[in-house]
Design a protein around this ligand. Structure first.
Ligand SMILES: Nc1ncnc2c1ncn2[C@@H]1O[C@H](COP(=O)(O)OP(=O)(O)O)[C@@H](O)[C@H]1O
Ligand SMILES: [Mg+2]
Length: 309
């Protein structure tokens, strides 16, 4: 379990992270989403123990980072945004070097390296220099070094940035697999990334958490608002006003449709399911309902609304 409480980081007066409260139970794949400059990398560096917060506390499994950073770092794997690449080292030598740095016991070192190689699909490039590898393979090497000590927590900073679609799909699959046994926190500025991979999405903007929910709930709209598209046969002219007068309805707009049909875009009040009220109204008024389709806001729209200044 990771717990951040009022975590702030300022770089010479600029608040990069501004009072973040966040609690991540074990076993989640959490997507940390935000535009460039939102504070994702800064937050990750603090949780992984590479940089202290200006103020606030970070607890991992009940231990305070300030006092137990070495112990905590043993439980954490980290793929930084700009993975330090030892261009001239071959993959196997590099993983052996990382295993030594991580103080893996010599008795199990070889077998663990083998395991990670197979896990990350690196057997075909073991003797190649890292500098010669494609970006996709370099990311796999980055993942391999992040998991070599079998950490409970895995932090991935923009793990698919700069990859082509095939490589993205491969890395996503690998992340999902790792997520079955580890708590994974991955940052990205790309929505489809978290939608495809994560159980939970935390959106950060200008150093502040602006949303925290499941992809489904975020998509269903802000504060549970739903949008319903309703089509009726041969339009009653007062339909818009009558729908608007329902207490569970917040807004109604008439949408141009086929002639002889009335199409309404109806916004519910927060947390209201308006389908039944619409149905009952149609019955009372003798309207012929042709269609009633709930519309979900795309995560793109939600993201835009939440992060628009
Ligand atoms: N080392 C640094 N020195 C000064 N400002 C920084 C430094 N690192 C990041 N920043 C600033 O802090 C803010 C957050 O940056 P960052 O955490 O890298 O965001 P993200 O990873 O979401 O793109 C940005 O305004 C950035 O310019
Ligand atoms: Mg970043």
């Amino acid at each position: 379990m990771i717990e951040l409480s009022q975590v702030c980081k300022s770089y010479g007066g600029v608040m990069a992270v501004d009072g973040v409260d966040l609690s991540v139970p074990s076993g989640q794949i959490l997507g940390f989403l935000g535009p460039n400059g939102a504070g994702k990398t800064t937050t990750m560096r603090m949780i992984t123990g590479y940089m202290p917060p200006t103020s606030g506390t970070i607890m991992v499994d009940g231990q305070d980072m300030e006092e137990h950073s070495l112990e905590i770092r043993e439980k954490i794997g980290y793929l930084p945004e700009m993975a330090p690449v030892y261009q001239d080292m071959n993959v196997l030598d590099y993983l052996e070097y990382v295993a030594t740095l991580r103080k893996l016991p010599t008795s199990s070192r070889k077998s663990r390296i083998k395991e990670v190689i197979s896990r990350c699909g690196l057997s075909s490039v073991l003797h190649k220099d890292i500098g010669q590898l494609s970006k996709g393979f370099r990311q796999r090497v980055g993942l391999a070094q992040a998991i070599i000590h079998d950490p409970a927590y895995l932090f991935l900073d923009e793990p698919t940035a700069g990859l082509d679609p095939n490589q993205i799909a491969e890395i996503r699959t690998l992340i999902k697999e790792l997520g079955r046994e580890k708590t994974v926190i991955l940052s990205t500025h790309i929505l489809s990334e978290v939608q495809a991979t994560c159980d939970r999405i935390v959106i950060i903007n200008a150093g502040k958490v602006v949303a925290d929910n499941t992809p489904e709930k975020l998509q269903a709209g802000l504060e549970g608002r739903t949008v319903l598209m309703v089509t009726m046969k041969s339009g009653p002219s007062d339909a818009t006003a009558k729908v608007k007068s329902l207490s569970s309805v917040e807004d109604v707009r008439a949408i141009p449709g086929h002639s002889g049909e009335v199409r309404l875009r109806i916004d519910s009040a927060p947390g209201q399911d308006i389908r039944e009220a619409i149905f009952n109204l149609a019955v009372r008024e003798n309207w012929v309902l042709l269609e009633m389709i709930p519309e979900t806001q795309s995560l793109e729209e939600v993201f835009h609304k939440l992060t628009a200044a």
